[in-house]
Design a protein around this ligand. Structure first.
Ligand code: FAD
Length: 422
C-alpha cells in the first residue's frame, strides 16, 4: 500500500490485526444474511470486536480504547470497510457517539455509557436526521423541555442505523425556544436510553447497507434525566462539530475498502478470456484498472492527510476532513463501477459481490452529510482561511503583463464611477 512507508510500527500492527480479523473472524454467512435482511442488527459482531478490543481505538485505555492516533484508526477502518457499509457502520458507531462522550462527557457519563459501549455491552446509535431534512441539521424540531431534574423529549428522527437494536441514542434536540437565538445556540445533545416513549416506528427497505436496523424513531413525552445532557445546555453545536470529525473521516476511510472489489475484478481480468486473450491484455480494461488504483491511492492520501491534520490539531483540519469525505466516497463510487464494468455481465449478478459493493458504496456519498454539503463546507473554510490572513505566498497578481491596467481592475459600480467619472 502506498503509505506503508509512512506508517509507524503501531499503525502497521493495527493494520495487520484488523486485516486478520476481517479475513478470519467474519463469516460470509453473516454478510449474506444481512444483505438478505435476515438479520436485523449484527450485535454479536460488535461483541466480537469488543472482545478483541477493537472498538474506539483512539480513546483513553481507561475507558476501553487503545489511545491510538487518528491515523491508526483510519488504517483500521480501511480494512473494516472491506466488509461493506453495514458492518463498517457498526464498527465506527462507538467511535462517533464515543467522541461526544470522550470529549464532552462527565466521568459519570463515561463510566455509565462509554465503557459499556466499548465493551460491546451497550449498542449505541446517533439520531441527527429528521424527516423534515438532514442537511439543515440546525433546524432540528425535536424538542427537549427542561422540567426540574429531567427533560421531556418529543419529536422524530429518521434513518437511524441501529434504530431497532440500540440501547442508547445520541439525540440532538431543540432546547432554546427563543426564535431570535442563533442557530448554534438552539440545540443540545442528549443521551436517550431505550425505554417508555421511545418507539421504532418504521424500518427502511434499503438499496444496500442492509442488516443495520435502519429506522425512524419517535419520541413521545420521553423522560430523560438531566444528567444525560452532554456538555452544557444549548451547546449542542459544539458537540456536533466535534462529532463530525469521526462521522466524516470514518465514512471516508471505510469507503477505501472498495479496494476488495477492485482486486476481485483485477483477478477476474487475469483469468477471463475474450477473442483468445485474457481481458487484462486489452488496453480498455487495463486502463480502467490503472485509473481505479490511482483514484484509490489519491483517496488514501487525502484520508491519511486529514487524519494527520486532526491528530496535530491543524487549523485546516475541518476542511481536510470534508475534502476527504467527498473525494474518497466519490472515488469509491467510480472504482466500484469500474470493477463492475471490468467483470461484464457477471459483475451485475449476485454470483459476485460487486453489485453489493456498488449498492453499499452509493450511500457513502449521501450519509454523514451529503457531498454537496461537503462542498459547501470546503469552499466556506477555504475562503475563510485565505481571506482572513495576509498572503504568505508570492502574490502573482503583479506578474501579469497588464498588471498596471488600473481602470480595468474594476469590481463594483462605485469603482466604475470612481475610475471613469461620469
Ligand atoms: C441508509 C442510511 C443510513 C443513515 N444513517 C443515519 C444515522 O445513523 N443517523 C442519522 O442521524 N442520519 C442517518 N442518515 C441520514 C443521512 O445523513 C441523511 O440522509 C443526509 O444527511 C441527507 O439528508 P436528507 O436525506 O434529509 O436529504 P436533504 O437534506 O433533504 O437533501 C436532499 C438533497 O438536497 C441537497 N441539498 C440540501 N441542502 C443543500 C444546500 N444547502 N446546498 C446544496 N445542496 C443541498 C442534498 O445534498 C441532497 O442532494 C442515514 C441515511 C441513510 C439513507
Amino acid at each position: 500500500m502506498f503509505y506503508d512507508s509512512m506508517m509507524t510500527d503501531a499503525e502497521k500492527a493495527i493494520q495487520a490485526e484488523v486485516r486478520a480479523f476481517v479475513r478470519d473472524d467474519v463469516s460470509p454467512d453473516l454478510i449474506r444474511a444481512m444483505d438478505k435482511d435476515e438479520i436485523e442488527y449484527p450485535r454479536e459482531y460488535v461483541e466480537k470486536l469488543a472482545e478483541k478490543n477493537l472498538l474506539g481505538l483512539r480513546f483513553d485505555p481507561k475507558w476501553g480504547g487503545r489511545g491510538l492516533p487518528w491515523t491508526a484508526e483510519v488504517i483500521a477502518e480501511e480494512e473494516i470497510g472491506v466488509l461493506g457499509t453495514a458492518l463498517g457502520c457498526a464498527f465506527v458507531m462507538p467511535s462517533i457517539v464515543g467522541e461526544a462522550l470522550h470529549v464532552f462527557g462527565t466521568e459519570t457519563q463515561k463510566e455509565k455509557f462509554l465503557k459499556p459501549i466499548l465493551q460491546g455491552k451497550c449498542i449505541c446509535a446517533e439520531a441527527l436526521t429528521e424527516p423534515r431534512g438532514g442537511s439543515d441539521f440546525f433546524g432540528a424540531t425535536t424538542t427537549a423541555a427542561l422540567k426540574d431534574d429531567h427533560f421531556i423529549v418529543n419529536g422524530q428522527k429518521r434513518f437511524v442505523v441501529g434504530a431497532t437494536e440500540a440501547d442508547v441514542f445520541l439525540v440532538y434536540c431543540r432546547t432554546n425556544f427563543d426564535e431570535n437565538a442563533h442557530k448554534y445556540e438552539r440545540i443540545s445533545a442528549l443521551l436517550i436510553e431505550r425505554g417508555p416513549g421511545v418507539e421504532t416506528e418504521y424500518q427502511y427497505g434499503l438499496m444496500g447497507t442492509r442488516g443495520g436496523g435502519t429506522g425512524r424513531l419517535v419520541f413521545r413525552n420521553v423522560r430523560v434525566p438531566k444528567e444525560n445532557l452532554i456538555s452544557d445546555m444549548n451547546t449542542g453545536s459544539l458537540v456536533f462539530h466535534q462529532m463530525m470529525i469521526p462521522e466524516r473521516l470514518t465514512s471516508a476511510a471505510a469507503s477505501l475498502g472498495v479496494r476488495a472489489g477492485l482486486d476481485l475484478a483485477l483477478r477476474y481480468s487475469d483469468k477471463r478470456f475474450a477473442f483468445g486473450k485474457t481481458i487484462r491484455k486489452y488496453q480498455g480494461v487495463n486502463f480502467m484498472v490503472a485509473d481505479a488504483i490511482t483514484q484509490l491511492d489519491a483517496a488514501r492520501a487525502i484520508v491519511y492527510m486529514a487524519a494527520r491534520a486532526v491528530d496535530t490539531g491543524a487549523s485546516n483540519a475541518r476542511r481536510l476532513v470534508s475534502e476527504a469525505k467527498k473525494f474518497a466516497t466519490d472515488a469509491a463510487w467510480k472504482i466500484a463501477n469500474k470493477a463492475m464494468q471490468i467483470m461484464g455481465g457477471i459483475g451485475y449478478t449476485e454470483v459476485y459481490p460487486i453489485e453489493k459493493i456498488v449498492r453499499d458504496i452509493r450511500l457513502t456519498q449521501i450519509w454523514t452529510g451529503t457531498n454537496e454539503i461537503m462542498s459547501l463546507l470546503i469552499q466556506h473554510e477555504y475562503y475563510r482561511e485565505i481571506l482572513s490572513s495576509p498572503a504568505a505566498m508570492r502574490n502573482v497578481e503583479m506578474d501579469a503583463r497588464g498588471a498596471d491596467g488600473g481602470p480595468e481592475k474594476c469590481f463594483t459600480d462605485e469603482d466604475m464611477w470612481r475610475v471613469h467619472g461620469d
